[in-house]
Design a protein around this ligand. Structure first.
Ligand SMILES: [Mg+2]
Length: 227
């Protein structure tokens, strides 16, 4: 049975510096101030909306159309340089590729237009469910044609939205340590089957997600879904 590599988008395939800079610009805040608040929110275990609360921007949702208009969707320069080569490398090694993430619906077509080749691409806004909801990962498996969750490696930069819920869904969780959510937390959680610093490293090491399978193939899953 073919194995799948399921990739997150923000800070996994796409560098989100430009979208958050756009938010700062639209809100009339210096980018330095905005990014500093972002770091505080992450350190406190918070969400995007906590950034706006920290900066006392109560009506941030009202600015969403202006941000989207100025941002204009993903551009080639937003892709991390290793993103498309890694997808190609994983495909050459026989993995099927899914890209499933918390993003606006339009990002699916934008990613395809950037040259992303994947069997499945879908964003939370078109699925009507988002990470870390377990229903998101169940929907992901459905879109992949219901493979055994153990045959799926979910790769993302966030412990809370990617590593923990994908491991809880029985997938092999890969923590990609880049972007603010990947850099600020100090220790990898035990639920991570693999920790990598780049997608290039992922291509070389993804097989390690299943390294312990032969020894424990007949046993029940251990807590956290580690191999
Ligand atoms: Mg992400």
């Amino acid at each position: 049975m073919a194995r799948w590599v399921c990739l997150d988008v923000g800070e996994t395939l796409i560098d989100e510096t430009r979208v958050w800079s756009t938010w700062a610009d639209v809100l009339g805040l210096s980018r330095l101030t905005f990014m500093a608040a972002f770091g505080v929110a992450i350190e406190r275990g918070g969400e995007h909306r906590d950034v706006f609360e920290l900066l006392r921007v109560t009506d941030w949702r009202r600015h969403y159309p202006a941000v989207e208009a100025r941002y204009g969707g993903f551009r080639p320069e937003d892709l991390y340089p290793d993103a498309l080569p890694a997808v190609a490398g994983l495909r050459r090694r026989g993995y099927r590729i899914a890209v499933l993430a918390n993003q606006p619906a339009a990002r699916t077509a934008e990613l395809r237009a950037l040259g992303l080749e994947a069997e499945v691409v879908a964003m939370s806004d078109e699925l009507g469910v988002q990470k870390p909801d377990p229903a998101f990962f169940d929907r992901a498996l459905e879109l992949m044609g219901r493979p055994d969750p153990h045959d799926v490696a979910y790769v993302g930069d966030r412990i809370d939205n990617d590593v923990l819920p994908s491991a809880a869904a029985g997938m092999r969780a890969v923590w990609l340590r880049r972007g603010p959510w990947g850099v600020i937390p100090r220790e990898p959680p035990p639920q991570a089957s693999l920790v990598v610093d780049s997608l290039g490293e992922l291509v070389e090491r993804v097989g390690e997600c299943w390294a312990g399978d032969a020894a424990s193939a007949s046993g029940p899953d251990r807590p956290g879904g580690r191999p």
